[in-house]
Design a protein. Structure first.
Length: 69
């Protein structure tokens, strides 16, 4: 699957909506868990503790399909 592919119904600036998608935010990976309407992005904070973000919060913090080098 091409990580850069965006369906015609998705806004390229908004995080993906496909479950199990991995994106990067703040140098850490986040995976989309759940279903539409109740989905959440799960990752870890800077101390390694579990962290849950909404799509809106992920968008505010800035996200990418690729890890920053």
């Amino acid at each position: 699957m091409n990580d850069d592919a965006v369906t015609s119904t998705e806004d390229p600036a908004s995080p993906p909506t496909v479950p199990s998608t991995v994106v990067w935010c703040g140098g850490r990976p986040y995976v989309l868990e759940g279903r539409i309407g109740r989905a959440r992005w799960m990752g870890t904070d800077f101390r390694g503790r579990p962290e849950s973000l909404s799509s809106a919060e992920l968008q505010r913090r800035g996200w990418s399909h690729h890890r920053a080098s």
